[in-house]
Design a protein around this ligand. Structure first.
Ligand code: ADP
Length: 542
């Protein structure tokens, strides 16, 4: 017997309709690339999202066609989030920090039809448009006055013209909630980037779960500053959870330095912020010497990399801000765990509470997790035994876009590439990473890509790239190289060899030449052994 309740599909359009109707006068504030502060409301987002939908109809885009963005966190990007997905197209947020070659590859792989970009990224679009024959329309997120004359980009229009021609009258279509809504490529693993393809259903379930008190705990009382970029896993789903709760949103644009972020927090009464440790490092680095205080900020979600203990302490003790340590990944929409204490922990001494806060946290409802050993056996939750962390749930990928990389699941579970312990209370703690990547300032660097470039140098016999601890960027790449017999190459020559072959920030910080790199029985480089050998090494910038 089936239940007799109504079966409205879970669609992203319902979020914007809700925010418009129930929180229509709540503000959305953006620091624009133009430099000024822009201010309007959820009602305006709804109105302009419908104009976006109309513009896409006029463009004759089919259902599920991809619309790409290269944009900072801002109001126009938010309108695209709802207008593109709400009208049944797929929003493809591209990470502008990637190398232009990779961006061109991704845009073609995703079969993007429209590309909307901030003025900041005009040179990037000029560099890649010739390699993106599938893109029919380029839209610069600006008004007609700000559109430069001779960009060389065909079919370029100013966003305000593009949507301004259309009335804000539009009936959001109803369709299967399992339809694709947005996509995000991750270079977190080796090989070509792979896309997680989210659905309306997965996005809405994630938005509900994210808003729970023990998760992000967002509410209409909050003024929320997502510093985590909207081009990176949908800013951890905040645009959707914000519409669902009706909170005020404050967007930092491209100004992520400590001073700009601090001023925005104070000016807009921000109560809640979200970002990677590197951004908070810059904020605290600005506040300390200037003896600044927060007047309204009371919670911050920190994730993407392990949150250093000193940062949790500084936020809590110096500034009275509660830190919510979070873990997740692109393949998980991204939220997996969040660290909040349970009722029984409230009376613990402060140092015991701190031990818990340092963990990545408890699974949120909807995410099932387990740790497994080398033979796939499930391991106990004792807080000591560590194993490969696997997850499953309605907002975890089943497969990548176009089946790239084959079937990623193991007996229905998604292997995260993280190594972790789980304690008896269900708190997960990451102890290591089994995937061969380095995470610098919240962004991935593939060690294999860096090694392959070095190996292409005629004087290099073998190269290994490892992540070294860095106080600002969390990790930075170090290249360890073995020279070919009789060949000569200097550190500087090898670093110069990277020019144009990868994004600048992915170039190793240093090169160490060695006689041999430790190898395992199967000839694989033993990076754990190499890291041990380098335990006393410090990067030049540290
Ligand atoms: P995001 O940066 O939004 O978390 P990515 O897919 O780029 O998403 O990266 C996910 C990976 O980042 C995880 O598999 C893990 O290796 C690392 N990571 C994310 N959050 C944390 C955290 N709190 N502590 C340690 N590592 C983390």
């Amino acid at each position: 017997m089936l239940g007799l309740m109504q079966g409205q599909p879970l669609l992203i359009s319902s979020l914007i309709m809700f925010a418009e109707r129930h929180h229509g006068d709540t503000q959305i504030v953006s620091r624009r690339v133009e430099g000024d502060i822009h201010r309007y409301t959820w009602a305006d987002v709804g109105r302009r999202a419908r104009q976006v939908a109309r513009a896409l109809d006029a463009q004759k885009l089919d259902f599920s066609d991809r619309v790409a963005t290269l944009a900072w966190n801002g109001y126009r990007h938010l309108e695209l989030y709802f207008g593109v997905s709400g009208s049944g197209r797929v929003l493809h947020t591209i990470n502008p920090r990637l190398h232009p070659d990779q961006i061109a590859w991704i845009a073609e792989h995703a079969e993007d039809r429209v590309l909307c970009f901030d003025a900041t990224f005009l040179p990037l679009v000029q560099a890649v448009h010739g390699r993106c024959p599938g893109i029919r329309q380029y839209v610069m997120l600006c008004d007609a006055k700000a559109l430069p004359a001779d960009t060389g980009i065909p079919n370029l229009v100013a966003y305000e013209d593009w949507i301004g021609r259309h009335p804000a009258v539009y009936d959001w279509p109803e369709f299967d909630e399992n339809s694709a809504s947005s996509m995000c490529y991750t270079s977190g693993t080796t090989g070509n980037p792979k896309a997680a393809l989210y659905s309306h259903r997965s996005t809405l379930l994630h938005a509900y779960a994210a808003a729970l008190p023990d998760v992000m705990g967002l509410s209409a009382r909050d003024s929320v500053l997502p510093v985590v970029p909207m081009f990176h896993v949908n800013a951890w789903g905040i645009p959707y959870s914000a519409a669902l709760t009706g909170c005020k949103l404050v967007f930092p644009g491209g100004a992520l330095d400590g001073k700009s972020v601090y001023e925005l927090i104070e000016a807009e009464g921000v109560t809640y912020a979200a970002g990677v440790p590197t951004v908070w490092q810059m904020l605290l680095g600005h506040m300390g010497p200037n003896k600044l205080r927060f007047s309204t900020l009371n919670r911050t979600v920190i994730g993407g990399s392990a949150c250093p203990p000193a940062m949790i302490t500084a936020f809590r003790e110096q500034y009275g801000v509660e830190v919510l340590h979070a873990w997740g990944m692109t393949e998980m929409s991204p939220l997996g765990t969040l660290c909040t204490l349970k009722n029984k922990h409230q009376s613990l001494p402060e140092d015991e509470k701190m031990k818990i806060r340092l963990k990545q946290g408890r699974a949120i409802y909807g995410v099932d997790m387990r740790i497994v050993g080398d033979d796939g056996e499930t391991l106990p939750w004792d807080g000591k035994t560590y194993g490969d962390l696997q997850v499953r749930g309605p907002w975890v990928v089943r497969e990548y876009f176009k089946g790239e990389g084959g079937d990623p699941l193991r007996e229905g579970w998604f292997p995260t590439g993280d190594v972790a312990t789980i304690d008896a209370d269900g708190y997960m703690q990451i102890t290591d990473r089994s995937k061969d990547v380095i995470k610098s300032g919240g962004e991935w660097i593939s060690s294999i890509d860096i090694e392959n470039i070095a190996m292409a140098h005629p004087a290099v016999a073998m190269a290994a790239c490892v992540g070294m601890p860095h106080p600002k960027w969390d990790e930075r790449p170090l290249l360890v190289a073995v020279k070919k017999p009789g060949a000569e190459v200097s550190r500087e020559e090898l670093l110069a060899f990277y020019e144009g072959k990868t994004a600048k920030w992915q170039v190793p910080d240093d090169v160490v030449f060695v006689d041999a790199i430790p190898l395992g029985a199967t000839g694989k480089m033993l990076k754990t052994r190499l890291r041990e050998q380098l335990k006393d090494y410090r990067l030049p910038s540290v």
